[in-house]
Design a protein around this ligand. Structure first.
Ligand SMILES: Nc1nc2c(c(=O)[nH]1)N[C@H]1C(S)=C(S)[C@@H](COP(=O)(O)O)O[C@H]1N2
Ligand SMILES: [Mo]
Length: 534
């Protein structure tokens, strides 16, 4: 009877499907357990050594510059979240496949989980801030737990379906046994993961307390009062001083380092340093501090892009500190031409000693807009050199300064095809109107910011379509190290229009029209915005 046989086929197919689903579930639970136990181990030994963090970090380290640039462009500051979700997705896929495999080959499935753990450990060891056994442990312990879970659950997930599904109760597997084991595993994993998170959080408590307790001394040299006219009144223009919570953030840290200021020290050593020194935060704060408005820009900022911000920084003049250690700039016979700054998370940034010591306000910053540095921006101390892109100057969570030469050492980004030296290129940005806006005909305020740190902005011009360049009104210049706002009253006629801006720096050089990508030393070209006047 055709009816009966087709019933039997679909019945066994259903049985096979549900068996596969049980295998996949066993795999997912094993993967979840592995991650949760690893989080717990990381919480105990080192939060930054969690498997997703180290694998993510290793991926960041190995991402070719164009791909990283694409990620920053496409996902902006969500790039890290996207990366971690991607890793979790890939892990989940492999875990499910391993689970199904384990139905037939239990040992192989469990061994597969261990292989993933070894990947995690290898990734941890490859990170620039790896410290040894503590980094390997979380992935390894997690994988062992995951492998055990898969071995047990696969055994309970059911026999081969040779009995065409009818014998589901035979061969040792019972639906209830599997579900009970799965639930217990899930609950245990959730508990381990939550405990791990809580432990990681606790480890940061000393750092948070040290930041809360920090009282910033008054500067010996306060910043000049910002001229009343420095902030344009045109709606839609960036604030002259960027609030800390809005300040862009670019770094490779998947877990923001939480440094306990009480235990923190800064070493200064290397070529030309007469004797290596080390400073505590209290020692640095006891020195005369300077307060300065400085605009920071990322080399990954596209023309018209958002990775630029201006803050009021408080810090220790770096040149004086270096001089005290015996360092001389190359122009005065110093042997080191590169200063390599190292952070607690193993990042290395290289700055030219000549620029650091040429009289500009290079500093070790401790304050940002009137408060201790936020953790995201480098607490307790970061470096800043006005006029240089962040990746060659602005080391956050700094703990070591080494004097060396450009010939002898390539820091992190230079190893990844970015330029050794990178002064900030003159740029201007239209903040308003926005691209594809539809402003009414008549007077339209075009306004934005321009920057050429340490050279200053002398002129900003606007061009509508292919018309002549017209001078924009410049807001008051704060200092040569800050951006400058500008505005232009445009008498807009109906139609589609392209509005273009260009700036001239304090030395008289006009911003180049030549388009360049961000790699290797910063984007160039003119920013323009297309609008339709209805
Ligand atoms: N330790 C560390 N410091 C770092 C980085 C980093 O990845 N790690 N990124 C640099 C880059 S590329 C830039 S543009 C600035 C950004 O500083 P912000 O995040 O405070 O804006 O920090 C610099 N300092
Ligand atoms: Mo950057």
């Amino acid at each position: 009877m055709p009816g009966v046989s087709s019933f039997r086929t679909s019945f066994s197919r259903t049985a096979r499907v549900s068996r596969t689903a049980r295998g996949a579930l066993a795999g997912l639970l094993a993967g979840f357990t592995a991650l949760a136990v690893a989080e717990l181990a990381a919480g105990l030994v080192r939060p930054a050594a969690g498997p997703v963090t180290v694998v993510g970090g290793a991926v960041i380290d190995r991402t070719p510059a164009p791909v990283k640039d694409f990620a920053i462009r496409t996902f902006g500051e969500n790039d890290k979240t996207v990366l971690q979700l991607g890793i979790l997705l890939v892990l989940a896929l492999f875990a499910a496949v391993l689970g199904v495999l384990a139905l037939r080959f239990r040992r192989a499935g469990a061994a597969g989980v261990l292989v993933f753990g070894m990947f995690g450990s290898a990734a941890a060891l490859s990170r620039p801030d790896a410290q040894g056994a503590g980094d390997v442990l979380p992935s390894l312990v997690g994988a062992l737990a995951g492998a055990a879970v898969l071995y047990v659950l696969a055994g309970k997930a059911g026999p081969a379906d040779s009995a065409a599904g009818v014998g589901a109760a035979a061969g040792g597997w019972s639906r209830r046994g599997f579900l009970t084991a799965a639930s217990v595993t899930a609950a245990g994993a959730v508990g381990a993961g939550a405990l791990g998170r809580a432990l990681s959080g606790r480890r940061g408590r000393g750092a948070i307390a040290s930041r809360d307790a920090l009282v910033l001394p008054a500067p010996a040299s306060p910043a000049p009062v910002i001229a009343a006219g420095a902030q344009s009144r045109v709606p839609g223009v960036s604030a002259f001083t960027t609030p800390n919570r809005d300040f862009y953030r670019v770094d490779t840290a998947l877990v923001v380092p939480k440094v306990d200021a009480a235990a923190w020290r800064l070493r200064i050593r290397g070529k030309g340093v007469t004797s290596s020194r080390s400073y505590s935060l209290a020692q640095l704060l006891a020195r005369p501090l300077i307060e300065r408005d400085i605009t920071l820009t990322c080399v990954s900022n596209e023309v018209g892009g958002p990775y630029v911000g201006n803050a009021r920084w408080l810090g220790v003049p770096l040149a004086g500190l270096l001089a005290e250690c015996g360092v001389e700039p190359p122009s005065k016979g110093g042997t080191a031409d590169q200063l390599v700054a190292r952070s607690v998370d193993g990042m290395t940034l290289g700055s030219p000693v000549e620029e650091v010591m040429d009289g500009r306000d290079a500093m070790l910053a401790v304050g940002m807009n009137g408060e201790p540095l936020p953790f995201e921006h480098g607490f307790p101390v970061r470096m800043l050199v006005p006029g240089l892109y962040g990746y060659v100057s602005a080391c956050k969570w700094i703990e070591d300064i080494e004097l060396t030469t450009f010939d002898a050492y390539d820091p992190y980004w230079v190893k990844r095809s970015w330029a050794r030296r990178a002064p900030i290129k003159t740029q201007s940005r239209i903040d308003t109107p926005k691209p594809f806006a539809r402003p009414a005909a008549g007077t339209v305020m075009v306004a934005g910011v321009a920057w050429a740190q340490h050279r200053g902005i002398a002129r900003v011009e606007i061009r509508v379509d292919e018309g002549p360049w017209q001078d924009a009104d410049l807001a008051a210049q704060d200092t040569a190290d800050t951006w400058r706002q500008w505005s232009y009253r445009w008498q807009a006629a109906p139609g589609g229009h392209t509005v273009t801006v260009r700036a001239t720096d304090g030395a008289g050089a006009v911003q180049t029209e030549q388009r360049a990508r961000t790699i290797p030393d910063g984007a160039s070209g003119w920013h323009s915005v297309f609008v339709t006047v209805p």
